[in-house]
Design a protein around this ligand. Structure first.
Ligand SMILES: [Zn+2]
Length: 85
């Protein structure tokens, strides 16, 4: 699937929409989760919960400031890495 932000192909292990669909049962357009160097910003509001990713400091963006949501994101991300292999 193509990223709705940059238009490039999204690897399923790095697809924010897949991650969200595991959590919410909703369908989203594909989007890079982790930033792709020099190509795509990714999804900072979700990526910020993953190890080594910076905090999302964009003004006005959707910010989830919830510890429980953060751990859900990390667990679901692990699942995504396993299932997509
Ligand atoms: Zn992208």
């Amino acid at each position: 699937m193509k990223c709705d932000r940059c238009g490039k192909e999204v690897d399923s292990r790095n697809d924010a929409s897949l991650l969200l669909s595991y959590i919410t049962d909703l369908r989203y357009e594909s989007r890079h989760l982790l930033p792709v160097v020099a190509q795509c910003l990714g999804s900072p509001s979700l990526a910020q919960y993953l190890p080594g990713q910076p905090r999302d400091t964009r003004p006005g963006g959707p910010h989830y400031n919830d510890q429980k949501f953060g751990s859900t994101i990390r667990e679901t991300y692990k699942l995504l890495q396993q299932e997509s292999r």
